[in-house]
Design a protein around this ligand. Structure first.
Ligand code: UDP
Ligand code: MG
Length: 313
């Protein structure tokens, strides 16, 4: 029989926290007193994460481990969890306990009231660097500006989604999976639950600046081509400025006696415009790269094995 609740937990090198995560999730789920399953997705961890969960699988029938063949990333890990989840309502939560599972009952209540998506919205973030806080704030607002999909701010993947939403998102064919965007995109009735984002229980963030930038780029490029339009506007503005500048120089050369010594300004302008041209070329490249990725049609992730308790018959 299918469980009522599934919990999807992506994990990458989380050996320090994962046993505690399992314990806390189990406590919360048992208090909710409905059949549940915990779908742990091991995203190619290089530490003991998978072994720890595999050990729980041996005697807890509610635990399943989807083990990737290598590290595919946070979003592919959640995608896999959503595909393997069998519940009527699916919770998505990070492995590091920054998002408290204790508000699951609150989310489930909203779900029972008829909402299809109940996302956790961060009222406050604790124990994170100022840089992370500020960059996250900017990120959410920037994405909202850049895309035409109504994406709530200060909201990560921490949420409950209904089976219908899960199926709808799973059915989307795209390979570039910005989950929170896709969930917003499919629509249905959505609502928020406010919470305070805690400090990581243990371990380091798996999102260094490099990954954060790639993530932001992915988010924008897979939901909007507004940057390309921006490029057009910028190009137009610059050429207009250039035109006016040229007219002034021509006027000066023909009708006044001022000689034009300005090689420095010329070089400056050339470098400036060249920079912009290159930047825009790069931008177009980003989109072409994504088209290339989609066209190749490779799977988002590869599963090495699924571990779960053998059912007693
Ligand atoms: N994660 C993952 N694959 C990755 C990077 C991260 O599955 O390549 C998981 C990680 O184990 C955690 C979640 O994604 O459960 C969020 O990562 P993290 O907490 O490091 O991000 P932050 O909260 O610092 O933004
Ligand atoms: Mg975290």
């Amino acid at each position: 029989m299918n469980p009522v609740y599934s919990v999807v937990i992506p994990m990458f090198n989380e050996e320090e926290v994962i046993a505690e995560t399992y314990a806390r999730l189990t406590r919360v789920m048992q208090e909710m007193a409905e059949p549940y399953e915990l779908v742990f997705v091991n995203d190619g961890s290089r530490d003991k994460t998978a072994e720890i969960i595999a050990a729980f699988c041996a005697d807890d029938g509610a635990v399943r481990l989807v083990d990737f063949s290598r590290n595919f990333g946070h979003m592919p890990a959640i995608s896999a969890g959503m595909e393997y989840a069998r519940g009527d309502a699916i919770f998505i939560i990070d492995a590091d306990l920054q998002d408290p599972p204790e508000i699951f009952p609150q989310m489930a209540k909203k779900w029972r009231e008829g909402f299809h998506v109940v996302y956790g919205q961060r009222e406050k973030r604790e124990g994170e660097s100022l840089f992370k806080k500020v960059s996250a704030k900017i990120f959410y607002r920037f994405i909202r500006r850049m895309t035409s999909v109504d994406m709530p701010v200060d909201t990560g993947e921490f949420r409950l989604i209904d089976r219908k939403v899960c199926d709808a998102v799973n059915a989307l064919p795209e390979k570039s999976r910005y989950i929170r965007g896709l969930v917003s995109w499919v629509g249905f009735r959505q609502t928020a639950v406010l919470y305070v984002r805690q400090e990581r229980f243990a371990g380091q963030t798996k999102y260094p600046l490099r990954k954060m930038i790639a993530f932001a780029m992915d988010a924008v490029a897979s939901f909007s081509y507004r940057p390309l339009k921006l490029a057009t506007t910028l190009g137009l503005l610059i050429s207009l400025t250039g035109f006016v500048y040229l007219a002034i120089i021509l006027y000066q050369a023909l009708f006044t006696c001022t000689t034009v010594p300005g090689w420095a300004s010329t070089t400056g302008i050339v470098v400036f415009t060249q920079g912009i041209v290159l930047m825009i070329l790069g931008l177009i490249g980003e989109y072409i790269g994504r088209i290339y990725d989609e066209i190749k049609n490779r799977p988002t992730y590869i599963v090495r094995e699924v571990i779960e308790k053998k059912s007693e018959v």
